[in-house]
Every structure is written in structure tokens, then in C-alpha cells.
Design a protein around this ligand. Structure first.
Ligand code: NAD
Length: 259
């Protein structure tokens, strides 16, 4: 039997990178999927990818902006209308924002990044927890970052939002353990996804591949992480095996956050 047979997994930011890799992993292990993203086209491509690699998986696609509370309430409602329950929630959608020193960091950009990365994660937990509490079971994985446990620089909005995700995880984890629900966060380092490619282009311009080499030279493992490696971790954390891991933040960064 598979770890996710008869389980419903809801994933935000599912059309790319870490969300997509995690969707594929749990689909291969039997999950029914509700996939949320802003990017409609990329969501359809993700569905095609899943159809190839996990043809049995039932997939619901929902286009929504996680920074909009009504849209979040709605994607949770659509998921339960369709599948009747939510067993796992990968609360993952996020953006990096434009890099700048704090004094030059635009206040609009700050609000935008926090609106998606932090408010979006809060709204998601708020409405999903209602469902899981009634069920008396569930697991939530929020996406924080190395930038949520230490300083990185030039990322006021990102750092504030990801430290906030760590706080939300610890706070809600201790509230909901008694209802059979575990809440944890992952803190990825540099994983090669479209987001990190965009980030390297901000740092290195046309020479972004060189910038990438220089960047990973400071990582203890001298490489970028792979989305599939995060997918495996997320699948484990959403499974029953990881039920006693609660209010915890798990780095997946080659050791970068301990340097
Ligand atoms: P990505 O850009 O490849 O994927 C993010 C997805 O989220 C995209 O499909 C995008 O359309 C979607 N999205 C963005 N804003 C949205 C919104 N308002 N509503 C709904 N969907 C939205 O990035 P990724 O690298 O897979 O990042 C996923 C998460 O992991 C983010 O929270 C990011 O901060 C975090 N993270 C990534 C890394 C890394 O190295 N890749 C490291 C640490 C943390």
C-alpha cells in the first residue's frame, strides 16, 4: 500500500518548483490532489506531468491568489466540496521580491511580498485548520526558508515574511497538536527552481550561471538542492510517519544554515 492512498493533499504554488515536485511525489504515492496557483497555464502543464508519471491520480486545479483571503477561503471550500476532506496541506506559494538594501526597499514591494508569503500562509492555515479540526486529523507543511531563520541580506520583505512563517508554525503547532493535527515548516536553502534562477539573474545579469557557481561555492555541499529532494521531504512530513514532528522547522539546505 502507498502512504497517501485515500488521502487528499492540497498544495499552493503547485505549478512550479517545490510545489510541483511535491505534487508529483505524493501523486505517485496514491494521493488525490487539489492544486492551487496563480498561473493557470503552468497548472495545466503540471496536471499533464502528473498524468504521465502518476496516471491514477485524481487532480483538481484551482486558480487563486493566496494573498486574497476570499480566494483562499474559496480554494479550501472547493477542495472539500470536491474531495470531502483535506489530509495534507503544503502551504507553499511564495515570491522572492526585488532585492535591495532596506533603505531602498520599496514599501509597496514589502507589502506585496509579506501579503503573499505571510498573509497567504496564515489565511491558508486558518481555513484548512477548520476542516482538519472537524476531521480530528491532518498535517500541514508551511514553506519557510533559510532566510526565515537567519539573515541573508537585501531581502527585507522575504526575511520578514519567512521569519513570520516560522512564528506561525510554532504558534499554531502547539495549539493544534491536541486535535490530532501536526504543523511544521521546511526551511529550504538554494534549490534550483525558476525562483532561484530569477534570483541569480537579479544578482548576475547575463552572467547568472557564473553567479550560480559562485553562490553554491559557499554551500557545504557545493551544489544546489533539487526540487525532488524537497518533494521527498514534504511527502514524508505530510505522511502519518511524521505525525510527532510538530511546531518544528526542518532545514533542507546542505548545511548552509549552520555555517
Ligand atoms: P517557483 O517560483 O518555482 O514557484 C512558486 C509558485 O508559486 C509559482 O508557480 C507561482 O505562480 C506561485 N505563486 C506565486 N505567487 C502566488 C500567489 N499570490 N498565489 C498563488 N500562487 C502564487 O518558486 P519555488 O522555488 O518553488 O518556491 C516555492 C516556495 O519555496 C516559496 O515560498 C519560496 O519562498 C520557498 N523557497 C524556495 C527556495 C528555493 O531555493 N527555491 C528556498 C527557500 C524557500
Amino acid at each position: 500500500s502507498n502512504r497517501f492512498d485515500d488521502k487528499v493533499v492540497l498544495i499552493t504554488g503547485a505549478a512550479s518548483g517545490l510545489g510541483q515536485a511535491s505534487a508529483l511525489q505524493v501523486a505517485k504515492e496514491g494521493a488525490k490532489l487539489s492544486l492551487v496557483d496563480l498561473n493557470n497555464e503552468a497548472l495545466e502543464e503540471t496536471k499533464d506531468l502528473i498524468a504521465k508519471e502518476a496516471p491514477e491520480a485524481e487532480v483538481l486545479l484551482i486558480t487563486a491568489d493566496v494573498s486574497d483571503e476570499k480566494a483562499v477561503k474559496n480554494y479550501v471550500q472547493q477542495t472539500t466540496d470536491h474531495f470531502g476532506r483535506i489530509d495534507g496541506f503544503f502551504n507553499n506559494a511564495g515570491i522572492e521580491g526585488k532585492q535591495n538594501l532596506t533603505e531602498d526597499y520599496s514599501s509597496d514591494e514589502f507589502s506585496k511580498v509579506v501579503g503573499i508569503n505571510l498573509n497567504g500562509v496564515f489565511y491558508g492555515m486558518k481555513y484548512v485548520l477548520e476542516v482538519m479540526k472537524k476531521q480530528g486529523s491532518g498535517a500541514i507543511v508551511n514553506t519557510a526558508s533559510v532566510g526565515g531563520i537567519r539573515g541573508v541580506g537585501n531581502q527585507s520583505g522575504y526575511a520578514a515574511s519567512k521569519h513570520g512563517v516560522v512564528g506561525l508554525t510554532r504558534n499554531s503547532g502547539i495549539e493544534y497538536g491536541q486535535y490530532g493535527i501536526s504543523i511544521k515548516a521546511i526551511a529550504p536553502g538554494a534549490i534550483m527552481t525558476p525562483m532561484v534562477e530569477g534570483s541569480l539573474k537579479q544578482m548576475g545579469g547575463d552572467n547568472w550561471e557564473e553567479a550560480g557557481k559562485e553562490f553554491v561555492s559557499t554551500n557545504p555541499m557545493k551544489r544546489f538542492g533539487k526540487p525532488e529532494e524537497v518533494g521527498s521531504l514534504v511527502a514524508f512530513l505530510l505522511s502519518d510517519e511524521a505525525d510527532f514532528i510538530n511546531a518544528a522547522v526542518i532545514p533542507i539546505d546542505g548545511g548552509q544554515s549552520y555555517k
